[in-house]
Every structure is written in structure tokens, then in C-alpha cells.
Write a protein that binds this ligand. Sequence first.
Ligand code: C5P
Length: 393
Amino acid sequence: MYLVGVTGGIAAYKTAELVRLFMREGNEVQVVMTPGAAQFVTPLTFQTLTGRPALVDQFWVSDGEKVRHIDLASAARVFVIAPATANTIGKLARGIADNLLTTIYLAARCPVVVVPSMNEQMYLHPAVQENLSRLREHGCLVMEPDTGDLACGICGKGRLPELSQIAAFVSSSLREKDFRGLRALVTAGPTREPLDPVRFISNRSTGRMGYAIAAALAERGAKVILVSGPTALPRPAGVEFVPVETARQMHGAVLERFGATDLVIKAAAVSDYCPAETAEQKIKKGDGRALTLQQNPDILEELGRCKEKQILVGFAMETEKAAEYAREKLRRKNLDLIVLNDLTVPGAGFGSLTNQVCIFNRAGGAEELPLMSKELLAHRILDRVRPLVPARP
Ligand code: C5P
């Protein structure tokens, strides 16, 4: 059960939608409100959404209930306090238990996620910052507020983060840290092979699959380096980011770091060829030249040759004889797993938000996965990778 604490800030109206999001993910939700929160949104709103009375009164006990705050605290998988006002943050930091929400906090042993939201001046006040530091020391997971328009009319730091970001933060706080202590290198995106200062050869990769894998690894506790070709995606949080442009640059960046990694996942769509020559000046119309290409180094194949204990995972995207080529690549590149993108399925492959793959292993096994979001797929791939990686001492 998700326990959602609502305190008396204007962002309390957004918590109704957050509760819906949690429920849509299949969670049962119990709402607890401070008396201040009940001034902004009525308990009836939350009761209607969750099917359970939203609890405010610390001293009212229903039939069959023993000690309400202890029962609620022990039934919770996670306690999400959103919005958390300066007042409640102060009370939690100092162990003041003067309402149901603050009392439950002291009894809770599950992960506690605190989502502050208030006016910028209040948020930046040393008293609030000190209290937030105390909460972090208690083991609370405190989210950074967003910057933008605030209800008080100014623009600044203090907005409740996007609800989808809160939901992602909460699921990450619940995720098992099964990659803790492992060093992972992920490549993502296309490469660009310059023809002249303004033109290049590239492909349709957006980098989304590789970025989702890097984010999932970080969520699961790995130390992650993301070597990325040019993409339009935001850098995943908690990941060391190494931007590159060409296949040769990616080759250099990956080989330099290979010795110090336990796991490499190569989701990048590396250009197999680059122009044999890059013109120093822009090629003029009517030059009538033929394009001569030369082969780029195959990074993964090279890693496969020099690997010691590292686990290597490759991706494959084929337009014909897909399974046969994927198996051949797994052998030739000395990989532990290869993930084959099914380009024939609508909603799979380049640029889409979803993907459908088949995962081949060294023992000859092939596992077909259903169409799913690239974020979810990243975790499913990691579930298959984890047993292959030896635990670090
Ligand atoms: O041989 P193919 O390009 O189909 O293999 C795909 C896999 O090999 C991907 O994991 C890709 O990142 C990697 N690769 C590489 N260097 C290349 C070409 C592909 O590391 N030059």
C-alpha cells in the first residue's frame, strides 16, 4: 500500500492527480492529510479517488482498529509526502508528532519520499534547508522542487515537480539496488561521420533505448558511464556523460574505459562506414564527386576479442534473416547476450517510445518479449543481464 501524505500547500490540489497516477500503476493508496491540507482539498476528494477515507483526525479510531498510526506505518510500502510544506518539514526534522501525518512519520520504517513545494524565499531559507538536510540524514528521499511560476505570483524554485517525475522517483526509491557496486558502460544514439564541415552520414537512432538502459542501471545502483552520439534527449540523472560524435571517437571513449568496467551494453547505432576523406571546406555543387567510404572499427567486436571478465551485451537491427544474423553476431563478437529489435512490428525500433525484442543468449536460448515501453524493456533486459555479472567483492 502507498501511503500518501498531503500537507497544507496550494499544490495539494495536484496530489489528487498524483494519487490517480499511483492507482493507475496498480497500487492501493491510503491518503493522510494534515488539518491544513484539508483546508485546500477536501478529504472527500481523496476518498472518492481511492475508495478509502482520507484520514485527518489523529484521535478518531474506527471499529477493529488498534493503534492507527502504527498500523498505517507498518502497512505502507512507501510514504510519499507531497506537497511537503516548510511547517511539516520542520516538524518531521525535529520529531514533533502533533497530527496523524507527523506521528506516522516517526513510526514508519518504509522508504519516505518528501516532495517540498513552497515559495522560493521560504524554500531557500536556512531553516528549511537545514531541516531538509536533517531529513536526508534520517534516510528520507527528498526531491528537488522545479523552477517556474509559483502560486504566489513570482517565478522561482519551489514548484511541485511534474507528477510523472514524482511517480518515477517513487518507483526508483522502491527498486532493488541489485547492480550496486557494479561499473557499467552504455553506448547510445547514432554516430555522425562528417563529409565536410556541414554534412554527415548518420542514421535514424534517437538514443532512447540506450538512455533508458543507462537510467535503469543507475536506478538499480550501478555506477554508469553513458557514451552517447548526438541526441535530443535530456541526460539521465546520476550518470557520467561522455558525448561523442563519430564512431572513431566512440571507439576511443569506450576502449579507454573498458578495463575498469564490469558490464558493457552497446545500444548505439554505430555507422559501419565513414567517408574515406572529410573535405576541409564545404563541398560545392557540381563537384560531381563519387563518395568513397571506408569501414569504421567494430567497437563491440574489438571488446569481444579483448574481454576478460566483462559481460558484453549487443543490439542488432536487421531487415532480413534477423534471428540467424543475430546468433551469428553473438558468436562472432563474443557477446553474452544480444537484443534483436523486431523492425517488422509497428511501434518497435528507431524513434518509437516502445520496442519489441528477442533476447538471444550464449547457450542458444531465445526469449521473445512483448511490445512494451523502452523504459520497462530496459529493466527487463537488465533482469536477464544481472545473473550473468559476477558480484563484486
Ligand atoms: O554488426 P552490427 O552493426 O549489426 O552490430 C550491432 C552491435 O554492434 C550494436 O550493439 C552496436 O552498438 C555494435 N557496433 C559497434 N561498432 C560498430 C558497429 C556496431 O560496437 N562499428
